[in-house]
Design a protein around this ligand. Structure first.
Ligand code: FAD
Ligand code: SIN
Length: 511
């Protein structure tokens, strides 16, 4: 198989890049491969919205830049921050032109929400289902674009590397188990996040860090993996293993965080109260829970107008209702959950990785925008800006091809047995528990080093299985998640200074 442009992932990053390059070159072949149904992605679940400066009277690029730098706690790349934020309004207008609908005020202007760490209202949104609406609109455009092919249920196994350059991927067709060589003029990773490494996460099942693990195996540079973002307010629901998010926009709308005694504790930790940045709110909840030996804290919406609440957050309202929680009368139980990876595949300002012909955008990439803690609703923005940067960089460059001079070896499956699904499930759960218990909101070196050894042992065991068995998506995902876990642990051990979402306490006392 050959693609002129091969994009791995059908979230906002991959789809918007595909659209742009396909429209620029109607005669060239753009292939998107995606391991699940085409709409399934972290993007689909985005609630709060896209942070963008469109009210230039009260807001400014400078304010958004400052908020991003403060949230990132000294680790952001200021040049990238300025670039992303100042390109934001143009990228937002493109979304609108592609047909994505954003909520408006009665005066016809866009309704701007507020979230933690933002000094102004600047989050454009579609109720509490912004990602679903964006994904819907772009997929519709992609469906109309003749030179884009989407291969659903196709899993990228590894990069095709020759002479330290990337020429595509090995591709598992999940429908029939066959493995193909897919060569490409340019390969772009848009494989999203890593939430499943922790299990307790707002991310869907697809978020297993495949692009990061593939790049690492190909000796590409990975950075800032210790900066895991925990969202403060995932619904605490003992009856379900799925983790439903209660958007930060709910706090922006006026909800209070209370402990079980009813105390509005956030002001004990930060003058911004419930609207402190996400790292601070999650760490504060962690401390409250430890001190009070409680399982959850509460979001109190009882003082808010229920009709207004329902109009802004219909999905959250009805989800709570389905669990018997009437938000007008009862507090919503919440706890922090893994939500986002600030680090990832290191890229420059054009989305180029350290491997030639390989690009990355979206959550799998580390651009320098987020530093040690992402500002709320800056992720969709980053994906939009970097997919555009990659488009502008590769458009006008000649396509790379090795086909006439080198043939990649076929992937051998001869004589290999099927692996038992129960084994994979058990090992995945083992990994997730180890990560939750030892590499969470607060870490310490002794636990990190002990868990590193356990996960290295697990990696050795799974590598043996991997080489003896037929590859399947769950087997490869487990292998990738183990690799990602080790990258997080390694960078956590090496980081000596706490900042943003990274908190290591070696004397068991949390100040
Ligand atoms: P994704 O949207 O995750 O897409 C990744 C794609 O890659 C998927 O199609 C997946 O199937 C595919 N893929 C992965 N590995 C492989 C493989 N090996 N082979 C083939 N295909 C593969 N951010 C904001 O800015 N604002 C918000 O309001 C917001 N709310 C959020 C709410 C929730 C519940 C979650 C989970 C995240 C939220 N985020 C938000 C974060 C944001 O949604 C994501 O960071 C962003 O959508 C990532 O987009 P992406 O295109 O990089 O990856
Ligand atoms: C949310 O709606 O709280 C998520 C926003 C984000 O992840 O940026």
């Amino acid at each position: 198989m050959r693609a002129d442009y091969l994009i791995i992932g059908s979230g906002v990053a991959g789809l918007t890049l595909a659209l742009k390059i396909a429209n620029y070159y109607p005669g060239r072949k753009v292939v998107i491969i995606t391991k699940s149904e085409k709409g399934e992605s972290n993007t689909k679940y985005a609630q709060g919205g896209v942070a963008v400066v469109i009210n230039e009277i009260e807001d400014s690029f400078d304010k958004h830049i400052q908020d991003t730098l403060i949230a990132g706690d000294g680790i952001c790349d200021p040049e990238i921050v300025e670039m992303v934020i100042s390109e934001g309004p143009r990228r937002f207008r493109e979304l609108v032109l592609w047909g994505a609908k954003f909520d408006k005020n009665p005066d016809g202007g866009f309704d701007l929400g507020k979230e933690g760490g933002h000094s102004e209202n600047r989050v454009v949104h579609h109720k509490d289902q912004t990602g679903f609406e964006i994904e819907r609109a772009i997929l519709k455009q992609v469906g109309r674009t003749k030179n884009i092919t989407i291969l659903e249920y196709h899993f990228a196994l590894d990069l095709l590397m020759h002479d330290k350059k990337c020429y595509g991927v090995y591709l598992l067709n999940e429908n029939d188990g066959t493995i193909e060589v897919c060569e490409a003029g340019y390969t772009i990773l848009a494989t999203g996040g890593i939430g499943q490494v922790y299990g307790h996460t707002t991310n869907p099942e697809i978020a297993t860090g495949d692009g990061i693990a593939m790049t690492y195996r190909a000796k590409g540079r990975i950075k800032d993996m210790e900066f895991i973002q925990f969202h403060p307010t995932a619904l605490y629901d003992k009856t379900s293993s799925d983790t439903f998010l209660i958007s930060e926009a709910v706090r922006g709308f006026g909800a209070f965080l209370r402990n079980s005694a009813g105390h509005r504790f956030m002001f004990d930790y930060d003058a911004r109260g419930e609207l402190a940045s996400r790292d601070i709110v999650s760490q504060s909840i962690y401390k409250e829970l430890k001190e009070n030996q409680e399982k959850c804290v509460y979001l109190d919406c009882t003082h808010l107008n229920p009709e207004d609440f329902n109009r802004h957050f219909p999905m959250i309202y009805s989800h709570c209702k389905s669990l018997g929680i009437d938000i007008a009368k009862e507090w919503i139980p919440v706890i922090p959950a893994q939500h986002y990876l600030c680090g990832g595949i290191m890229v420059d300002k054009n989305g180029k990785t350290s491997i030639e012909h390989l690009f990355a955008c979206g959550e799998c990439s580390r651009t320098g925008l987020h530093g040690a803690n992402r500002l709320a609703s800056n992720s969709l923005l980053e994906a939009l800006v970097f997919s555009d940067r990659i488009f502008k960089y590769i458009a006008g460059r000649s396509l790379i091809s090795l086909m006439l001079t080198y043939e990649f070896p076929a992937w051998s499956t001869v004589g290999k047995a099927e692996i038992a699904p129960d084994y994979l499930k058990q090992k995945k759960e083992e990994l997730q528990l180890l990560m939750r218990e030892n590499v969470g909101i607060v870490r310490n070196d002794a636990d990190l080093i002990a868990v590193q050894k356990k996960i290295v042992d697990l990696q050795e065991e799974v590598e043996v299985k991997y080489h003896k068995h037929k590859v399947t998506t769950p087997l490869c995902e487990l292998r990738n998640m183990i690799q990602v876990a080790l990258l997080i642990i390694d960078e956590s051990v090496h980081r000596s200074k706490n900042c943003g979402g990274f908190l290591k306490v070696n004397d068991c006392l949390i100040s």
